[in-house]
Design a protein around this ligand. Structure first.
Ligand code: UDX
Length: 429
């Protein structure tokens, strides 16, 4: 199929490479010329293991992937997938300005198209958005009736950063929310060889499936963190408890790693947006509010443990290992490490940070007086306390921390081995 992908961010780029690797002809459209030029040279605007090699191959060798800032190129395709970002407003609600902007532009271009064209929402959008905002906007700007000349579907992505392409190509399920059957059939056509269960439903339900998925994952993490906080007071290892409950097939083993909490571009933002939307509709989502509150408290706990160990943090040398919200990504969005570093700096600590990939992103948001270590031994040399906030493999060597005070926010180390070598503390174990 000929597919245009709107937005060259993380989701758009992976989606484009994913569909190009399935043999479709893909055009990425983004208004940011710098991003477009990078992609044209086979360079990825986001770091993700293996992504750039594929990108270069499709752009240069196979020639079935191109990038442009010209929305008119939509006319060369049969389907447009909207993959632009949906950030948060200050009250946690979803900011739909990028979506609105792209839908208006698509609508204008489609006013000139004679053949049927399907617009697919792949960005995460709060339930009701397609029905109440996107369809009216498309109709207004195209002058056409949605469901007739223009089709609409919602096809949320469930990719995980760090293994984006892998999760794209082998999804656990495909959700197709269709406004008109023809649109649903076209999404089915490009999805059926993924070998995943397919749920066909209406557009609003499909939007909700995405939020419910992320809210459940976030809940699982806050649940195990709460168990960890209780276990710690009782002298119980929450990781053994997690293993014990995981064999119950109704519970499962994934997303039961207790620690400093969840971050990233999706879980925190989506839970906040769902809370804001529920309240707007007159429902107080108590469970989801607690999920966020527990998550925020985990980051504060790291600082409290440091204070218990070191007393006043004024002029104490503290090393923070790991800034990315999880390993194998350079993404620091909502990473727990950022508020932890800010809290430590406010208390007068002298901070050195290290991360294998996220340093250049972190430099833009961390206070100026934070130092950046190039190598792990150098970063921890002479420090009073080491915090591990992302479980990168290179931090997992207990031998690195001989004689140090270590606060492990991710269970990166084996507690028994670490306790033999250093003054070791887990955040909730
Ligand atoms: C998530 C969803 O998993 C994905 O389906 C959705 O499409 C986008 O959001 P991602 O943001 O890439 O993906 O990260 P994920 O692997 O889910 O981890 C999110 C956060 O939770 C990370 O900060 C991670 O460290 C934390 N986490 C995860 C835990 O603290 N404990 C766990 O057991 C699992």
């Amino acid at each position: 199929m000929r597919i245009s992908i709107i937005g060259a961010g993380y989701v758009g780029l992976t989606t484009a490479i994913g569909f190009a690797s399935k043999g479709h002809r893909v055009i990425i459209i983004d208004t940011d010329n710098d991003k477009v030029n990078l992609i044209r040279r086979g360079k990825s605007p986001v770091w993700e293991e293996g992504l750039e090699v594929k990108l270069l191959d499709f752009v240069s060798n196979q020639g079935n992937l191109e990038a442009t800032s010209d929305y008119q190129k939509i006319l060369d395709t049969e389907m447009s997938l909207i993959c632009v970002g949906t950030p948060s407003n200050s009250d946690g609600s979803i900011n739909l300005s990028n979506i609105e902007d792209s839908v208006k532009k698509i609508g204008k271009v489609l006013s000139k198209k004679t053949d049927y064209h399907v617009v697919v929402m792949r960005s995460t959008i709060i339930p009701g958005t397609t029905k109440h905002l996107i369809i009216p906007l498309l109709e207004e700007h195209s002058g056409k009736k949605v469901g007739e000349a223009i089709g609409i579907a919602v096809n949320p992505e469930f990719m995980q950063e760090g293994k984006a392409l892998q999760t794209f190509l082998k999804p656990d399920r495909v959700i197709i929310g269709e406004y008109d059957q023809r649109a649903g059939n076209m999404v089915l056509e490009i999805s059926q060889d993924f070998g995943a269960p397919i749920v066909r439903t209406d557009v609003t339900t499909a939007e909700m499936v995405k939020y419910a998925s992320n809210a459940f994952l976030a809940t699982k993490i806050s649940f195990i963190n709460e168990m960890g906080n209780i276990c710690q007071r009782l002298g119980i290892d929450v990781y053994t408890v997690a293993r014990g409950i995981s064999y119950d097939y109704r519970i499962g083993e994934r997303f039961l790693n207790a620690g400093v909490g969840f971050g990233g571009s999706c879980l925190p933002k989506d839970v906040r947006a769902l809370i804001a939307s529920s309240k707007k509709h007159g429902y107080q989502p108590q469970l989801l509010e607690s999920v966020l509150a527990i998550n925020e408290a985990q980051a504060k706990k790291i600082v409290e443990i440091a204070e218990r160990k070191l007393g006043s943090l004024l002029n104490k040398k503290i090393t923070v290992l790991g800034l990315a919200f999880k390993p194998n990504t350079d993404d620091i969005r909502n990473a727990p490490a950022i508020p932890v570093v800010n809290m430590l700096v406010e208390k007068g600590a002298l901070i050195t940070v290290h991360d294998p990939k996220a340093i250049s992103n972190a430099r833009q948001v961390l206070p100026e007086n934070v130092s950046f270590g190039n190598r792990v031994p150098e970063a921890i040399n002479g420090s009073d306390c080491v915090l591990i906030l992302t479980e990168w493999d290179e931090y997992r060597d207990e031998g690195l921390y001989q004689g140090k005070t270590v606060i492990d926010g991710r269970r990166a180390l084996d507690p028994q081995k670490a306790r033999e070598l250093c003054d070791y503390h887990g955040i909730c174990w």
